[in-house]
Structures are given as C-alpha cells and as structure tokens.
Design a protein around this ligand. Structure first.
Ligand code: DGY
Length: 324
C-alpha cells in the first residue's frame, strides 16, 4: 500500500503540474477528461485523501456526506468556489483551498479584451468578413464606440476588478467607479482613481461599461436583473467574467434583442456549457467558453498553487489559501 496521500484530479491539468504532483503523491488522473457525475464524486470521497475539483464539479452536501469518508482536503483548481458547499465541508471537518492571485491579471486581460471586442464590434466584423460579406473600407462602416473618457463601473472590487481597473484606466483612458460589499481603503481608491458608488442601481444607470467581478452564489444570483438592465444607458456595455448566474440571461437576451443596451461580452453563462439560444442569434454579443484564466502559464500556476496547498496540508502546515 502506498504511504503517499491519494489524490484525485477531477479533470486533466497541464502536464507540468500532473508530473509535479505524481512525483509527490499517489495521483489518479481523469484520463478521459469527462466531468465526473455526482455518484463518482461521492465515491471519490471514500477512496482518496484529497479531491481536487474545478468549477465543473458540484461538490454539494450529498457528495461531501459520503459515508466512510476519507477525503480531508478539497483542493480546488480555481479561485471561485461557489460550486463547493463550504459550510457543509466545515461541518464535516473537511478543509477547502482555492487558487487566488495567480489568475488575476489573466482574467482581467480577458475582461478588457471583451470590452474592446464589443465596443469596436470585433466579433461582428470578423463574422462579416468570414461570411464573405465585406464589401470594402468606407467611412461609415461598422462604427463602434471609443472607450477613452468613458466610465467603467466595476461590481465587486477585489483583485481581478482592481487589475481590470488598472488596465482600463492606464491602457484605455477610462474613468473608474465601483460598488462592492465594502468600500475600499482610501489608498486603494487613490491608486485606481476610483469613485465608490453606494448603490448598484446607481452604478448601472450612470456607467458606460459595467464589468462584473463579484463571487457567484445566492447573494449575487440575478444581481443584473431585468430591472437593472432597464436602468442602463442605451450605449451601455455589460461584461461578465465572474459567474453566469449573476446575470438574468433571459432578461439580457431581451434587452439586447430590443437594443436597449449596446452589447455584452460574456465569458460565463447561467448553465454552462449550455448557452441561451437567444444569445447565439445576436450580433451585439461576444461569447467565450469560460476562458478567463485559460493561458498555459496561468493554468500551470493554478495547478502549482493547488500543489502548494496539498503539500502544506499533508505536511501538517497551515493551508496557503484556506477557504474553510
Ligand atoms: C475560477 O478560477 O474561478 C475560474 O472561473 C475557473 O477556473
């Protein structure tokens, strides 16, 4: 019997990390990279010392309550952990860690990319060209809107939001406003030249680009509701690189179809990997398959961050990134 802790990675990770982990732990890989269903996740709770899931795995009370549980650590690959019932984990004495910091700039890059793609109609232009419909340059062809001098309204003002603010202000010349659970310190506000807007209603009504950076979960479910979409300017752009359920997708389809807002750049969806069919039919949206942290470098850094948590945990040291 192996003395090394038994670890299950629920999806394929970069080869560097899989190699690193297999040198140190008794690692089981999900060779086919097919998401595990609830029964297999529940069974894994009894066969391993640590489970390393991702956003595609629902680690709920049913999974966590498996009888004869062996798992003592859920080492999540990702910063968001709304797919894990942290309260139940705590109750069952199971530790949980995540991977903050290492994906901050990569995810912020994608938020900025989506802002530019929507404001400059890049997706629409590319589709026109590929369809052979481009008839040539002309002064009034596919005009977008400039972002310089416009106000970026961030909902949530954590690491990724602040990185987005930095890139948008210094790179694009945007003004910065934000709303968050707590007001940031004066020093952080000064660093980003950021104005705190006390109410989400006011932020969505007054900002030009609204970018979501809040956690998922019950507290933020449909935070961008039909009513808040109605408050937005006709020129407003909505960016979501946070979690799909933060936006009422059906209401968004309606607002975009009726051209009540300019457009939306979405990297996350309410029922991934399903996408509302109404979105697929629209030109004023850019739709990406949850690529926020998807660079070679970042995905390896995320895996190594899980490795650091596993190493700390099994050496009896405090977790580097505890969430429970
Ligand atoms: C995260 O880290 O939460 C991303 O959304 C998926 O990895």
């Amino acid at each position: 019997m192996s003395a090394r802790p038994r670890i299950l990675l629920t999806r394929r990770w970069t080869s560097e990390v899989e190699h690193y982990l297999s040198q140190r732990f008794d690692v089981t890989l999900n060779e086919g990279d097919v998401p595990l269903d609830a029964a297999r996740l529940r069974a894994a709770m009894t066969g391993f010392d640590a489970l390393c899931p991702t956003v595609t795995d629902r680690i709920d009370r049913n999974v966590l309550s498996a009888p004869d549980r062996r798992v003592r650590l859920i080492g999540n690959f990702g910063v968001g952990f709304n797919h894990i019932d942290v309260e139940a984990a705590r109750e069952f004495g199971i530790s949980v860690s995540n991977t903050p910091d290492v994906l901050t700039d990569t995810t912020a890059d994608l938020a900025v990319a989506l802002m530019l793609m929507i404001s400059r109609r890049a997706g629409e232009g590319e589709r026109e060209l590929r369809a052979g419909k481009w008839t040539g340059w002309r002064p009034t062809h596919m005009m977008g809107q400039s972002l310089a001098g416009k106000t970026l309204g961030l909902i949530g003002f954590g690491r990724i939001a602040q990185s987005t603010a930095r890139k948008a202000r210094l790179g694009l010349g945007m003004r910065i406003a934000y709303n968050g659970r707590r007001r940031a310190s004066a020093a952080v506000e000064a660093e980003h030249h950021a104005t705190f807007i006390d109410s989400v209603d006011e932020l969505v009504a007054t900002c030009d680009v609204i970018s979501l950076h809040c956690p998922g979960g019950a507290a933020t479910h449909h935070l961008i509701s039909a009513e808040r979409l109605r408050r937005m300017k006709p020129s407003a752009i909505l960016i979501n690189t946070a979690r799909g359920p933060v936006v009422d997708e059906a209401a968004l389809v309606q607002a975009l179809t009726e051209r009540r807002i300019w457009g939306a750049g979405l990297d996350v969806f309410e029922e991934e990997p399903k996408v509302h069919p109404g979105l697929l039919a629209l030109d004023n949206v850019v739709l990406l398959p949850h690529l926020g942290s998807a660079t070679q470098e970042t995905r390896t850094d995320m895996g190594m961050r899980v490795a650091q948590n596993l190493e700390a945990f099994f050496a009896g040291r405090p977790l580097r990134d505890p969430v429970a």
